[in-house]
Design a protein around this ligand. Structure first.
Ligand SMILES: O=c1[nH]c(=O)c2ncn([C@@H]3O[C@H](COP(=O)(O)OP(=O)(O)OP(=O)(O)O)[C@@H](O)[C@H]3O)c2[nH]1
Ligand SMILES: [Mg+2]
Length: 201
């Protein structure tokens, strides 16, 4: 039996952990959450881009880990809101505010805005920090638009209001495998998997 190389994922978001485990299931790595690795550090996300924040998270955990550390910084860019909430997506409307209310705030911002102007995208940047200090990043996006009411129960966060025209449904209405195949996180993580393999060879 070959043992898989351990990777720690520096996130506290259970929605992300679920998707990351699904996307990394067929990889030669065993992905462990920060919590399962017994790492409890406070991370201040004071970067000005997804890239900076992803690196801040991975570096912070890397200080107390002895293996590759990955981190995900992601968010929703709504074009009509000047790409907000963007890197502030988790904090938009208050960190502990339920997503039903956050989603309603975005819907209200876009009241009477025509379909053509309701474009948005999810962005995900994955950072890897290696034990030797090397740093890599990868980015994935998915384009869609904000609809006028929540639809669907899957996924997390803003998924119920993020409609993907090609599939005629929101990312909360998609089955998990489809979301992982086409999502910002799926794309960024698969590209990171390739970088991890390249670095090995
Ligand atoms: O509906 C969604 N479907 C997604 O697929 C998705 N990906 C990101 N987001 C939003 O962007 C924030 C990330 O902020 P974020 O990268 O700082 O993560 P976080 O604070 O939740 O956890 P951590 O990884 O920092 O510990 C999240 O909380 C969500 O609001 C998503 N919403
Ligand atoms: Mg965060």
């Amino acid at each position: 039996m070959t043992t898989k190389e351990k990777i720690i994922f520096a996130t506290k978001n259970t929605g992300k952990i679920k998707e990351i485990n699904e996307i990394m299931a067929d990889s030669p790595y065993e992905v462990i959450s920060m919590e399962d690795a017994g790492i409890h550090v406070t991370i201040i996300e004071d970067g000005t881009s997804f890239e900076e924040n992803a690196i801040i998270k991975a570096k912070k955990v890397s200080e107390v880990a002895h293996c590759i550390v990955l981190a995900d910084d992601s968010g929703l860019e709504v074009d009509y809101m000047d790409k907000k909430p963007g890197i502030y997506s988790a904090r938009f409307g208050g960190e502990d505010t339920p997503y039903a209310i956050k989603n309603k705030m975005i819907i209200d911002h876009l009241e009477n805005v025509s379909e053509a102007l309701r474009t948005a995208r999810f962005v995900c940047v994955i950072a890897a920090v290696f034990p030797d200090g090397d740093i890599r990043t990868s980015r994935g996006t998915i384009e869609g638009r904000i609809i006028e009411e929540e639809r669907g129960q899957n996924g997390f966060g803003y998924d119920p209001i993020f409609y993907v025209p090609e599939y005629n449904c929101t990312t909360a209405e998609m089955d998990r495998a489809l979301k992982n195949r086409i999502s910002h996180r799926g794309k960024a993580l698969r590209s990171m998997k390739e970088q991890l393999e390249e670095r090995k060879s």
